[in-house]
Design a protein around this ligand. Structure first.
Ligand code: PEP
Ligand code: CO
Length: 456
């Protein structure tokens, strides 16, 4: 096999990528980015890989979440803080409920490029190229706004660096200290689940007080006071990805320096395509979205390319079939994984197979379908004897009205109140927390069953 190069993808068929019209400008941006510092380091990617390996064995559980698309306009410290807070709350609910460490990975600090189902969009008889995320073009419906502009990669890099800087500060600077478990609540989530969270937080504080009184506190203080929080995004805009790829001096291997984990979308997973080629050569953990059209044949080839050494934690298969369809598709993919003896971490993206158009014209996702898909995912793993390793959500700390349902019910009529997403509909803070309690129930049941099987 010829040696992998970070630019090899350029010789492969590519889809879902912009055709830049000004090559001089594009090259100037690429060359600038290749001199900028990477956003993440190889040691961090290796640590995440080890945690994902633990998730594949049922010794940890992945919580991956964040915006569908990060936005330049909506960039703010409060936005980052609130999404981080909700993820900490969700992780705490899962850890406390299921007694399992939670691996926290944000769709943050780099989640800018979007694949689209159609290349163009028509409004009132005017047809323009589709919006492809703030790293590529603008959402405004004008011909100028939709022209791909390489300079936007520089802004995406800067925003990612600033986001990651704040996330690192929150993770280690005291904010994520478990003693703050009461402070992670958000003012507007006065739902029944918020009360349930407060109740759990009180039990955690009591346990911490007890440990302190018993003299246990200080020895493990570091573990309790900081959190590992990782970043991830779809590796779609390969000019950007290549420019941030760096040689890791420790291993002599290549690292995608744009984020800790990258994934390949359901529309760009062609086994001989550009996106698979790029992801096949980097040491980062890689996610592969698996939708209803994923065939066993393709999956075999993809697993071989994306995890040639069959490392644990290297490849995460992110199933996104839609509620009511998991039993039809997941078992055949699990069968393929089993017959290949492949190591993978199974994760459920309960968003992308559940998008519908509401009667009021908004794209939405019913809370019940999101929950339903997670429940079906757990049920299939139970019957196959395999491990549900985590969940993947599009969510925000803001009080948006984009997905319907939840205990604080968002109706189709409410969708227009605060529909702010730059792309797909996200769970709001209250829906996210509610979901965490319901996922925890599934995880508790699953783990009880696993224990019974192990000891029975
Ligand atoms: C996404 O994760 O935002 C996405 C586009 O997913 P998929 O490739 O699974 O459709
Ligand atoms: Co999305």
């Amino acid at each position: 096999m010829s040696e992998w190069k970070k630019s090899n993808w350029r010789n492969k068929p590519r889809v879902q990528m912009p055709d830049y019209t000004d090559p001089t400008k594009l090259h100037a941006v690429e060359s600038k980015l290749s001199n900028y510092p990477p956003l993440v380091f190889a040691g961090e990617a290796r640590k995440l890989k080890a945690s994902l390996a633990a998730a594949s064995r049922g010794e940890a559980f992945l919580l991956q979440g964040g915006d569908c698309a990060e936005s330049f306009d909506q960039f703010s410290a409060d936005g980052i803080r609130d999404t981080f807070k909700v993820m900490l709350q969700m992780a705490m609910v899962l850890t406390f409920g299921a007694k399992v460490p939670v691996v926290k990975v944000g769709r943050m600090a780099g989640q800018f490029a979007k694949p689209r189902s159609a290349a163009t969009e028509t409004v009132d008889g005017v047809e323009l190229p589709s919006y492809r995320g703030d790293i590529i073009n603008d959402l405004d419906f004008t011909p100028e706004a939709r022209i791909p502009n390489p300079d936007k990669m520089l802004q995406a890099y800067t925003q990612s660096a600033a986001t990651l800087n704040l996330l690192r500060a929150f993770s280690t600077g005291g904010y994520a200290d478990v003693h703050q478990v009461h402070q992670w609540t958000l003012g507007f989530t006065e739902s029944e689940k918020a009360a349930q969270y407060r109740d759990m937080a009180t039990r955690i504080s009591d346990a911490l007080d007890f440990l302190k009184a018993a003299g246990v506190d200080s020895a493990r203080a570091h573990t309790l006071q900081t959190v590992d929080f990782y970043t991830s995004h779809e590796s779609l805009l390969l000019e950007y990805e290549e420019a941030l790829t760096r040689l890791d001096s420790t291993s002599g291997k290549w690292l995608a320096g744009s984020g800790h984990m990258i994934w390949i979308g359901d529309r760009t997973r062609q086994p001989d395509g550009a996106h698979v080629d790029f992801a096949s050569g980097v040491i980062n953990p890689v996610g592969l979205k698996c939708g209803p059209t994923t065939t066993a044949e393709d999956l075999k080839v993809l697993m071989g390319k994306l995890n040639p050494e069959n490392e644990e934690g290297k490849l995460t298969l992110i199933a996104r079939f839609g509620a009511g369809k998991v039993a039809e598709h997941l078992p055949r993919l699990i069968e393929t994984v089993k017959s290949e003896g492949a190591n993978v971490t199974w994760v459920c993206d309960a968003m992308h197979g559940n998008t519908i158009k509401s009667a009021t014209g908004y794209k939405t996702r019913p809370f019940q379908s999101v929950l339903g898909e997670v429940q079906e995912f757990f049920a299939v793993h139970k019957s196959e004897g395999t491990i549900p390793g985590g969940v993947h959500f599009e969510m925000t700390g803001f009080d948006v009205t984009e997905c319907t349902g939840g205990v604080w019910e968002v109706t189709e009529e409410n969708l227009s109140d605060r529909y702010h997403t730059a792309c797909d509909p996200r769970l709001n803070a209250s829906q996210s927390l509610e979901l965490a309690f319901l996922v925890a129930e599934e995880l508790v049941k699953f783990r009880q069953n696993m224990d019974l099987a192990a000891h029975g």
